[in-house]
Ligand binder design. Structure first.
Ligand SMILES: [Zn+2]
Length: 462
């Protein structure tokens, strides 16, 4: 039986990543302890994002701590705003997450400044007021200084709450969070990975839970088998290069970049794709690769075995593009090749200038290997929009659009259900971090297998 809300010692208020996938933030209260689970950047329409990212469910100064599930921007990217608005507590995370989050936040500050500069150039021409970046590098450093590491499996106290990190199998350092207070237990999956991926371990299964906050990015879909996705990737590269075009892959700098690049390397060696160069146009992805090397404690057995044979993150065909000048030269060149650039939803970063230069080229292909949130440029292009705005300018879309979802770092519908089925007991589940349809679908399926589940609305407290 589901206990009535009033009997729970733990109260959760859903704020971000509710009926959407960006801006993960949930407030947990137990007694007089107040904690945020994640503090992610909301991405979407510019004006809405600016407002959403500047508002929090409680005064940041009244908060005891933030517990961070992992280093993706949509989970940690708004921490500098929180600190700038008066948050003074610790931000708990795993050691690998701290290193990656520092990278992500520094990069985010840079991207936001550059993005604001570009927008302001157009605004000036059109006589519109200037926009301010959400935060700068100094604000990012103040947030980074608050990152406090706790390894997987070691309980830590935050006021009247005991918290523990468990492997989430999503990206390096990713954790699900268990919170216990007054004999009740809440589980937060953060983003849940797929079993059997190349680098990180499989997701752990928590003990019995009274409340579960479960992600639902792919709650209504199944990924194609991995082998099929790899064959698709090879075909896209072969055909595009055969036309004299270029393959652009927008990718999250953490995780997918390393996995896709490595797959391309294996395919090149096997003769499945021509001997073309693969450019990683993201200084952040390059730095992230160094952090991957520094945290073998997060690796699964497969990659540990691989490490003994050769470096899985550095191979001949992979060229790292560092400076903006190198990036511009690459975009201007006619060389058929693969360019992997951030950001993953084509909202910001170097992928934008590559896109601007190739969006009208029918020989080239834009290949999505990750989830595209609603109202992002990536989603519009992925949905087949005939026209797109880049840096405020309209462009006709002639580039071919392809998707390879199986490279996703998120569990699909069946994997989410299989994971939930292994949890000994789930009192009540809330589906978060999924677009409305996906979250509703997962809630329906969970309920049908005996786990009472629902999709919260933003601002709802349980
Ligand atoms: Zn993530």
């Amino acid at each position: 039986m589901v206990k009535p809300t009033g009997e729970f010692a733990i109260r959760v208020t859903f704020h971000g990543a509710v009926r959407t996938v960006t801006g993960s933030l949930h407030m947990v209260e137990a007694g007089d302890t107040r904690v945020y689970l994640d503090c992610g950047l909301f991405q979407g329409r510019r004006a809405e994002a600016a407002d959403r990212n500047r508002s929090f469910p409680t005064a940041p100064g009244d908060l005891d701590a933030v517990i961070l599930s992992h280093a993706h921007l949509d989970h940690c990217g708004n921490l500098p705003t929180l600190v700038a608005q008066g948050f003074r507590g610790p931000i708990y995370c795993t050691p690998a997450t701290r290193d990656l989050a520092a990278l992500v936040l520094r990069d985010s500050a840079k991207v936001q400044r550059q993005d604001a500069q570009v927008v302001n150039r157009h605004h000036r021409r059109q006589g519109l007021p200037a926009v301010e970046p959400l935060y700068d590098g100094r604000a990012a450093e103040r947030a980074i200084a608050r990152l406090t590491t706790v390894p997987y499996g070691r309980p830590f106290r935050v006021g009247s709450v005991t918290a523990t990190f468990h492997e989430a199998g999503h990206i390096l350092g990713s954790a699900m969070v268990l919170l216990e207070a007054d004999g009740q237990r809440l589980g937060f999956t953060g983003d849940l990975g797929r079993p059997g991926t190349a680098i990180v371990r499989d997701p752990e299964v928590p003990p019995a839970l009274d409340l579960l906050l479960i992600e639902s990015t792919y709650g209504d879909r199944e990924h194609a088998p991995r082998a099929e996705a790899e064959a698709h990737l090879a075909a896209v590269v072969r055909e595009t290069v055969g036309r004299g075009g270029r393959v652009l892959i927008p990718a999250f700098a953490l995780g997918r970049v390393q996995e896709v690049a490595y797959t391309l390397h294996l395919q090149r060696e096997a003769g499945l794709i021509p001997a073309i160069a693969v450019y990683m146009d993201s200084p952040m992805a390059t730095d992230a690769t160094e952090i991957f090397r520094a945290h073998p404690e997060c690796f699964d057995e497969e990659i540990l075995a691989h490490l003994k044979r050769h470096d899985p993150f550095g191979f001949g065909a992979l060229r790292y593009v560092r400076t903006p000048a190198e990036s511009r030269a690459l975009s201007a060149s006619g060389e058929p090749c693969v360019v992997i650039a951030t950001s993953g939803m084509a909202e910001a970063g170097r992928i934008l200038s590559h896109l601007r230069d190739r969006i009208g080229d029918p020989r080239s292909t834009l290949l999505f290997v990750g989830y595209q949130a609603e109202h992002t440029l990536g989603r519009r292009l992925s949905d087949g929009a005939p026209e797109a705005r880049i840096y405020g300018q309209p462009h006709k879309v002639a580039i071919r659009i392809e998707r390879a979802d199986a490279f996703s770092a998120h569990a699909d519908r069946n994997e989410l259900l299989a994971w939930a089925a292994r949890v000994p007991r789930i009192g009540r589940a809330f589906c978060v971090h999924g677009d409305e349809a996906a979250a509703e679908a997962l809630a329906g399926t969970l309920t049908s297998v005996g786990v009472p589940a629902e999709v919260p609305v933003a601002g709802q407290t349980v």
